[in-house]
Design a protein around this ligand. Structure first.
Ligand SMILES: NC(=O)C1=CN([C@@H]2O[C@H](COP(=O)(O)OP(=O)(O)OC[C@H]3O[C@@H](n4cnc5c(N)ncnc54)[C@H](OP(=O)(O)O)[C@@H]3O)[C@@H](O)[C@H]2O)C=CC1
Ligand SMILES: O=C(O)C1=N[C@H](C(=O)O)C[C@H](O)C1
Length: 249
């Protein structure tokens, strides 16, 4: 069985990964709060991650934490040669560059969304934006009220896909006198209740509206995708990988 370490083990996704890990074994977790164990999994401070990765003979790390914590653990993975699956969102440019540095020495797979449906949605978005070339675009996402980063990592990735096809300028919410420019895309983040994750792109023009949307119904979908990615990543060459590589395999 693949020996997995979970970064952010005390969090919502950490719990979902432990629950979904039936074909692999979660042998240790990382978190900063003073907890000895979660569901029987020992919890170690991320500052001691390199020692723990060796001690627990970890094959791969699955990360759903915060950017600072993900980077601490990525650097421990690079030091010890352990592959890493990064699910944390909200990295700034410096953080992304540090992940790139780690991927020079270990296999590192980063995805803002580990559901297969979002992989397909991104392909549909690319085709729709390319075909409906002068339609107005508006992007919406809704998440639970504990989410700290906005817009979501998935919305940011969808925006990247759109910008590969079209030169659009994101406008993050509108207020007051704010007429729409032809080359803008409105991006809206809603936070409410325990919504697992909803994303919608609206394309409007020519007296019609096309809506492409996805709704995650349980965190288990992300956990299962990340564990699939982890199993796929073990034994690969150092480098930067995407979830699409796993879905297409
Ligand atoms: N790619 C994907 O498919 C998905 C990505 N996500 C992303 O995963 C991340 C976590 O989400 P979620 O589980 O809901 O968030 P939570 O707030 O529930 O959990 C965050 C976890 O990070 C831990 N943490 C905080 N600081 C550090 C640190 N310095 N080092 C290591 N761990 C730390 C927290 O524990 P403690 O306070 O004890 O340290 C906690 O365990 C977010 O960025 C979210 O956007 C979420 C779902 C799917
Ligand atoms: O924080 C979450 O919950 C989620 N975060 C990811 C994101 O920022 O896109 C993925 C998913 O939507 C759930």
């Amino acid at each position: 069985m693949t020996r997995v370490a979970v970064n952010g083990v005390t969090g919502q996704m950490g719990g979902a990964v432990i629950e979904a890990a039936t074909d692999s074994e979660v042998v240790v977790g990382f978190a900063t709060s003073e907890t000895d164990a979660v569901e029987g999994v020992p919890v170690v401070d991320p500052a001691d991650a390199a020692t723990a990765l060796r001690e627990y003979d970890v094959d791969v790390v699955v990360d759903f934490a915060v950017p600072e914590g993900a980077l601490t653990v990525a650097e421990a993975c690079a030091e010890t040669g352990v592959p890493m699956v990064v699910g944390t969102t909200g990295f700034d440019e410096d953080g992304l560059a540090r992940l790139q540095d780690a991927s020079e020495v270990i296999p590192l797979l980063k995805a803002t969304n580990f559901s297969q449906g979002i992989q397909v949605l991104q392909r549909l978005v690319s085709e729709a934006v390319d075909t409906l070339e002068d339609y107005d675009l508006e992007l919406m996402e809704t998440h639970h009220n504990r989410k700290v980063d906005a817009p979501s990592g998935t919305a940011t990735s969808i925006l990247d896909v759109i910008q590969e096809e079209r030169d659009v300028e994101p406008v993050y919410g509108r207020e007051g006198h704010a007429p729409r420019e032809a080359d803008e895309i409105g991006v809206f983040a809603r936070r409410a209740g325990d919504v697992r994750g909803e994303h919608e792109l609206v394309l409007a023009g020519n007296d019609e509206v096309l809506s492409l949307s996805h709704r995650a119904e349980d965190r288990g979908v992300f956990a299962a995708g990340a564990l699939d990615a982890a199993a796929w990543l073990v034994g690969r060459d150092a480098g930067w990988y995407a979830f699409g590589d796993v879905v297409d395999a």
